[in-house]
Design a protein around this ligand. Structure first.
Ligand SMILES: [Zn+2]
Length: 233
């Protein structure tokens, strides 16, 4: 690491990626939507035409850890930022909106004593949006594919969320008139899915605040939206 080389494994590593490559790929995948496969193909095909093994699997693994470390650093967690924001969730690595109202950060003291007729001025706006295309089909998962963030980013910790889902129980038919379109949806598209979509909450400045996976398609998701879920996220 001191030589600015990131080992591809922790036990007797023989392969490493330079910090420069990892930094460059991170930038390119965020800005250009470049996939790891294409990025690595560009590097290895040009530089090593003589059959040097393609370290694709190792690269994918290292990139995941690299991204997590970058989040840890840039969120301030590596520098003990929780000391200065004790009201935020401990270990939180999500980007907080600097403009949205946050008691203790950008609001004057005594804001909670505002007169009733002026309270509307200090509202926090959130919008909720679902994407029902972002699915995960049922398939055999890699048992070693563990979460690196586990609740410290935008998604809640899996264990706590699964327990919450048990409490929610089965969904009921949504009775809201403006949601009738939901009942016209093709239910087949949710068949054989572990995750049928995602729902995200964002502030009015379009910064994501939190997200959850959905398990039972669109109708259930909307039912859940009307329930207690969003006070929990
Ligand atoms: Zn905001």
């Amino acid at each position: 690491m001191k030589a600015r080389l990131f080992p591809a494994s922790t036990d007797q590593p023989t392969t490493a990626f330079s910090f420069g490559v990892l930094k460059d790929f991170h930038l390119q995948t965020l800005e250009l939507k470049k996939s790891a496969y294409d990025y690595l193909g560009g590097l290895t095909n040009n530089a090593n035409p003589d059959g040097v093994p393609n370290p694709y699997a190792q690269f994918l693994r290292v990139v995941r850890v690299w991204r997590m470390l970058m989040m840890h650093q840039r969120s301030g967690q590596a520098h003990g930022i929780d000391t200065f924001f004790p009201h935020r969730p401990k270990g939180n690595m999500a980007v907080s909106c600097p403009t949205c109202l946050e008691p203790g950060v950008n609001m004057e003291e005594g804001w909670d004593l505002t007169d009733e007729d002026l309270k509307h001025i200090i509202q926090l706006y959130k919008s909720i949006n679902g994407n029902f295309q972002l699915q995960k089909k049922k398939k055999n998962d890699d048992p070693d594919d563990v979460a690196l963030m586990e609740g410290l980013g935008y998604f809640p910790p899996d264990l706590g969320y699964q327990e919450y889902l048990k409490r929610v129980g089965e969904s009921k038919e949504c009775t809201c008139a403006h949601l009738n379109a939901v009942n016209m949806q093709d239910k087949i598209k949710f068949k054989n899915c572990d995750i049928t979509g995602v729902v995200g909450i964002e502030c009015r400045h379009i910064l994501i605040m939190s997200m959850v996976d959905l398990q039972k398609g669109e109708r259930c998701a909307l039912h859940v939206l009307h329930s207690e879920l969003f006070t929990n996220i």
